[in-house]
Write a protein that binds this ligand. Structure first.
Ligand SMILES: [Ca+2]
Ligand SMILES: [Ca+2]
Ligand SMILES: [Ca+2]
Ligand SMILES: [Ca+2]
Length: 348
């Protein structure tokens, strides 16, 4: 519910200052399925807007850079079509004369990136690169739209800290149950299974406070599946049922086994829109940005929603160029879909 509220309050796309005038056009465009109708009248999808005659005659003429798109008067060209400048392209990227799909390696700031090829669904940004939120920074700290250097007092686990602002690297040992890499990271000077523990967690006995032998409770690492337990937090899986730690599953209502959100992503099936994600494959939309599964749009780097090609076709996006996949004639700029591919129109 929280995620839904957040989504309602803010647009799907975050546009950095200074580029809003160009990038904003595409991002406020047509959302994938069930999306808004922002700029529908100016897209190639047969909208109701006033469009110059030469923009709908299935011929590349006037100032168009490809058939009925690009130039100053027609709709922007979708990915793969010919262009002269970035402004000819729906996704504002013209490389070697073709409109390109945004990516994390194209040397330009596009899609959800907060700086060139970082942030959003790309690698986190380094120190001094631009950001809109903490999650876009390697340091996990974004101040005044710039990623900070990691520090031992920023309240985040970053740099070479064992856990938040502690460990050998900070000169401040970590408390019990914090993450650790070596004994030196821990106040207790005992690091067991990468968790700061006590000697009692390593003696083969079920000491006071432990849920089972050397595990659970407030001091020791969590217990393996099948161990005795009193509460969910005693178990590595996070699931204690009838006194026994249960194996993690994709249907246990608990985020475990590297799931990106509860029972989805990671080893489970893809997550619905607005779930947490760490990579594109976690999402049904195959679009993960700022660690949230994005709704399909016509300006993300993937074919999703009802698109037949990347960011084209279907009821919500611009029509596709020749060679793109299609389902019906209307998916194609040429209005000719033959055997699943947009073709040059045969008749006049
Ligand atoms: Ca990029
Ligand atoms: Ca820190
Ligand atoms: Ca689960
Ligand atoms: Ca898309």
């Amino acid at each position: 519910m929280t995620l839904l509220l957040v989504a309602c309050q803010s647009p799907t796309f975050h546009v950095a200052e200074g580029t809003a005038s160009t990038t904003g056009e595409q991002t406020s465009g047509i959302a994938g399925e069930g999306g808004g109708s922002g700029t529908q009248t100016t897209t190639g999808g047969g909208g109701t807007g006033v469009v110059a005659n030469h923009c709908s005659n299935d011929v590349k003429d006037d100032d168009e850079t490809d058939i009925d798109c690009g130039g100053g008067t027609c709709v922007d060209c979708v990915d793969g079509l010919a262009c002269d400048s970035d402004d000819d392209c729906w996704n504002r990227g013209c490389v070697d004369g073709r409109c390109v799909t945004p990516s994390c390696v194209d040397g330009r700031m596009n899609w959800e990136e907060s700086d060139v090829d970082c942030g959003g669904s790309c690698e986190r940004c380094g120190t001094d690169e631009h950001c809109n939120e903490n999650a876009q920074c390697a340091s996990n700290v974004c101040t005044a739209r710039t990623c900070d250097e990691p520090s031992c007092s920023d309240g985040k686990k970053n740099g070479s800290e064992a856990d938040v602002d502690c460990g050998e690297a900070c000169g401040t040992p970590c408390p019990l149950q914090a993450a650790c890499a070596s004994d030196a990271d821990c106040e207790s000077e005992v690091c067991l299974n990468d968790v700061c523990s006590t000697e009692a967690c390593d003696n083969g006995n079920t000491d006071a406070g432990e849920a089972d032998s050397d595990c659970g409770g407030s001091d020791c690492p969590a217990c393996d599946d099948g161990s005795d337990c009193q509460m969910d937090t005693d178990c590595a899986s996070g699931v204690c049922s009838q006194g026994t730690c249960q194996a993690a599953s994709c249907s246990d209502g608990t985020r475990n086994q590297n799931e990106s959100d509860v029972d989805c992503g990671g080893p489970c099936g893809p997550c619905p829109d607005l779930s947490a994600c760490t990579q594109a494959s976690d999402c049904a939309s195959r679009a993960c940005a700022d660690f949230i599964c994005q709704r399909p749009t016509c300006s993300d780097p993937v074919r999703n929603g009802s698109e037949t090609g990347i960011n084209c076709g279907g009821p919500g996006c611009p029509q596709c160029g020749v060679g793109s996949a299609c389902n019906v004639d209307g998916d194609c700029l040429t209005n000719a879909c033959s055997e699943g591919t947009c073709t040059e129109q045969s008749g006049g």
